[in-house]
Write a protein that binds this ligand. Structure first.
Ligand code: SME
Length: 137
């Protein structure tokens, strides 16, 4: 139980660091999969609280990444028909899967209030963050 508290606390610190240091990262969270239920569960975040703490596989950008195992960059959320709105200010989103021992166990999800802010640099950076996070889980 203590180990679990520690990893959750570290995840929150990662979210807070990213959200406070990168201007266009307005909301940063980690969702983790429950494979039996086929749902994603919000484990840590920084930014405004969201109602969407449990997301079924296949629903929204997050749910699609749970099934595709691939990065999903959304320059304009209004152009997506399978999208779950958390906050009316959100214009763009990036979701990058988190792999442990080659298995997609969750994801980092970032919302931005800026239109089309995410580049390949963000993808590479967030892949690196997730590799490091996998080591503390
Ligand atoms: N927009 C996400 C839902 C999670 S909120 O961004 C925190 C989606 O469409 O999956």
């Amino acid at each position: 139980a203590n180990d679990r508290e520690t990893s959750e606390q570290r995840l929150i610190e990662v979210c807070e660091l990213l959200q406070s240091s990168i201007g266009y990262y307005d909301w940063v969270g980690f969702y983790f999969a429950n494979e039996a239920e086929r749902t994603l569960h919000l484990k840590a975040f920084a930014g405004e609280p969201t109602e969407h703490t449990v997301i079924p596989f296949g629903k929204g950008i997050c749910g699609q990444v749970a099934e595709s195992n691939a990065n999903f960059v959304v320059p304009d959320v209004k152009a997506q028909n399978n999208y779950i709105a958390c906050n009316l200010y959100v214009k763009a989103e990036i979701v990058v899967p988190l792999f442990k021992d080659g298995v997609n166990i969750g994801q980092i999800d970032i919302d931005s209030h800026i239109a089309d802010p995410f580049s390949i640099e963000d993808e590479r950076f967030l892949e690196w963050v997730n590799e490091k996070v996998a080591l503390i889980l």
